[in-house]
Design a protein. Sequence first.
Lengths: 207, 244
Amino acid sequence: VAVLLACAAVVAAVLTARAAFVAGEATGAWQTAVRDEVRRSSLAVLAIDAVYGSEGRIAFHVATEQARAEEARARASQQPAELATALEAEAQVHDGVIEALLPSSEIASDARYALDGGGFDLLLRLADERATDPDALGIDPEATVAEGDASSDHAVRLTAVTIVVAFAFLFGALAQAMRRRRTAFLVLGWAALGASVVLAVAVEILA
Amino acid sequence: VIDLDTIQETDDETLFDRLTALLIGLIAVTAASLVLVQTVNGEAEARASAQATRLSVAASARLQAGSVHLQFAIGSLQQAVVLQLEGTSQQIVGLQGGDDVSQVRGESDQAAGERLFEIAQTMGAEPDDDSPVDAYVRELLTSSTVAAAEMVVEQNRQVYLAQDAGERAGRAVLGLSFIALAGVLVGLTAVFGEGRAGRLTLIMASLGLGAAVLTLLVAVFLPPSAFVPPTFEGVPLPSPSPSP
C-alpha cells in the first residue's frame, strides 16, 4: 500500500509539474502573439503612413504639376503664337515646381513608380517599403496563437490524467482501511496508476 | 494535502477508519478534479485576455491604416475637382473679359483636372489580389468599417469570455481551499482516533469535502450571464449569440 501511495504521489507530482510547465508555454505563446500583433500592425501602419500620408502627397503634387504642364503644352501647339507663348510660359512654371519638388520625392524621382497614364504607383512603393524589413513580413501572430492552443490542450490533458492518479490514491487508501479487500483494492490502485502512466505517455507522444 | 501517516492510522478496519480512508481518497479525487477545472478555466482566461488585447491592436491598426489611405484618396480627388473648377471659373472670367489667354489657361487646367481625377483614382485605389503589397497590408487597406466594428464586437466577446473563465477559475481555487481545509481536518481525525474529537473532525472534514464538491459543480455547470455585444450607430452588424 505504501509503495502504491508513494508511486501515486510521485506520478501526480511529475504530471502536475509537467502540466504547469506546458501551461506556462501556452501563456507565453499567447503573450508573444500579442507582442507580434503590436509589432506587425505598428510596422504596417508606419509604412502606410509614410507612403500615403507623406510621400504620396508630394508625389501627387508632382503628378498635378506634370498634368498641368502637359495639358498646357498640348494646347499650345493648337493655338496662335501669342497664346502658345503664354501656355508655354505656364508649362514652364509647372516644370519649375516639378524640378523643385523632385529631389524631395523618392517616388517621383524613380522611374519605376511612374504610371503610364500619369501619376505614381504607390502600392509598388509600399511593397518596396515593406520589403526593406523582411522579418516584418514573416510575423504571424495567428501561428503563435495556434502554438499556444496546442500547448494549452497538452497541459489540460496532462492535468486530466492526474484524476486517474487520484483514483489510484483512493484505492490505496481503501486498501489500507479494508484488510479483507486489500488485494482487490491494490490491484485496482496499481491498474489506475498504470493507466495514468500509459495515458501520460500517450499525451506526450500525441502532443 | 494528504499525509501518508494519516492513511496508515486507518488500518484497524473499523467503520470509522473505513470512512476516514474513503474521505482521504475522495479528497484526492476532488482535488484533482478542481485542479483540472482551475487549469482549463485559467488557460481559457489567459487566452481570451490575450486575444482581446490582440483584437484591440488589430482593430486599431485597421482603422488607422484605413483612415490614412482614405484621407489620401479623398484629398487627391478633391484637389483634382478643385483644379477642374478653377479651370472652368478661369474660362468664364476670360470669356466675360474677352481675355483669350485666360480662357486657354482655364481650358488647360480643366483638362488637367479631369486627367488628374483619373490619376487620383489610380493612386488612391485599394489593392487587389494582383497588387504587389503583402496580404496583411492588403487586408488593412481593404478592411471595411463594418469589418472593424465586427472585430470590436469579437474583442468585447473575448473580454466577456475572460471574465467568465476567470470567475470559474476563482471558484475552483475556492474549492481547493475547502479541500485543503478538509485535508487538515482528516489529518486531525487520524491523530484523534475514534473518539468524540475524531468524529467531530471527521464530520467537519466531510463538510469541507462537500463544500468543495459543491464549488466544483458550480464552477463547471453554473450557466454564464448573457453576452451583450456593443452597438454602433449606423453600422449594420450581425447579431452574434456567443456563449463560453
